[in-house]
Design a protein around this ligand. Structure first.
Ligand code: AMP
Length: 289
């Protein structure tokens, strides 16, 4: 496994390794790798000839300097994690390498970013779309893997790739959970043991909404009320948003007629946790993610 710290090293590696018909799979991450990232990497390894993982804590997608500064950085362990999973190249650039001077050019995906995290984290998705564009231009993958845990991010990237004609297939990967249902996240490390014990309530709330939908309920309001009822049993959890949105454009719906996501963001102590479930009214007992 090669570790590249500069853009030039990635370009040189690509020139010497990428033959005309070799499929290159790419997994962008911010590091502090866990089994959720592992699922993306393993899927890429199964489906592609070459696998590239990037590890970069992207400053322009953070709203608060404090959140950026305290974000976990565990490069040594991350490199071992990638090596064990057969990754060919890890790109771990410095902030200076990615942003040698302030940007004048950004990528902004509209409409899909007006609700959910987009409403509460101004500039976040602009930062995500811009860094992913830069990484796509540097790595030039054929396929890129994104987790459904960050469903709005996934939708934004899918839209960006369509709108701007990136020759890249975006592959969604189902959310990986702890045995008690908590979605794996690098930010789970911020939870105290007491908070960690409470945290699965978010998924339990979403599951309760999903059950109601599967039993035939089509009112978004009713699903939200059901999820809230469960989550609010834990007073330590502060809900930031809890919404039913259409799965493609991330716009709120009132009546469920097409695939939706029930999405939640909540604060638990110092951690901001997000999670979502997918529901397709055409498949009453379809797979959940
Ligand atoms: P991050 O390092 O948090 O920016 O995440 C990098 C990629 O891993 C994104 O595509 C995430 O959606 C994905 N990811 C993070 N956590 C999970 C999880 N629990 N299950 C599946 N994918 C995940």
């Amino acid at each position: 496994m090669l570790v590249a710290y500069t853009i030039q090293e990635v370009r040189d590696w690509r020139k010497s390794h990428k033959h005309a018909d070799a499929v290159l799979g790419f997994v962008p991450t911010m590091g502090a790798l866990h089994a959720g990232h592992g699922a993306l990497i393993e899927r890429a390894r199964r489906e592609c000839d070459l696998v590239v993982v990037s590890i970069f804590v992207n400053p322009i997608q953070f709203n608060q300097l404090e959140d950026y500064q305290r974000y976990p950085r565990t490069l040594e362990a991350d490199l071992a994690f990638c090596d064990q999973r057969g990754v060919d190249l890890v790109f771990a650039p410095s902030e200076q390498e990615m942003y040698p001077e302030p940007l004048d050019t950004y990528v902004e995906v509209q409409r899909l970013t007006t609700h959910l995290c987009g409403a509460f984290r101004p500039g976040h998705f602009r930062g995500v779309a811009t860094v992913v564009t830069k990484l796509f231009n540097i790595v030039q993958p054929d396929r890129a893997y994104f987790g459904e845990k960050d469903a709005q991010q996934l939708a934004v990237i899918q839209r960006m790739v369509r709108d701007l004609n990136f020759p890249i297939e975006i592959v969604p990967v189902a959310t990986v959970r702890e045995p008690d249902g908590l979605a794996m996240s690098s930010r789970n490390q911020y939870l105290t043991p007491e908070e960690r014990a409470i945290a699965p309530i978010l998924y339990q709330g979403l599951q309760a909404a999903l059950e109601l939908a599967r039993s035939g309920e089509r009112s978004a309001k009713a699903l939200v009320a059901r999820a809230r009822q469960v989550i609010e049993q834990e007073p330590a959890v502060r809900i930031e948003y809890l919404e039913v949105v259409d799965a493609q454009h991330m716009q709120p719906v009132e009546h469920i007629m097409a695939p939706v996501r029930v999405a939640v963001a909540a604060w638990l102590g110092k951690a901001r946790l997000i999670d979502n479930v997918f529901f397709d009214p055409a498949e009453k007992s379809g797979p959940e993610s």
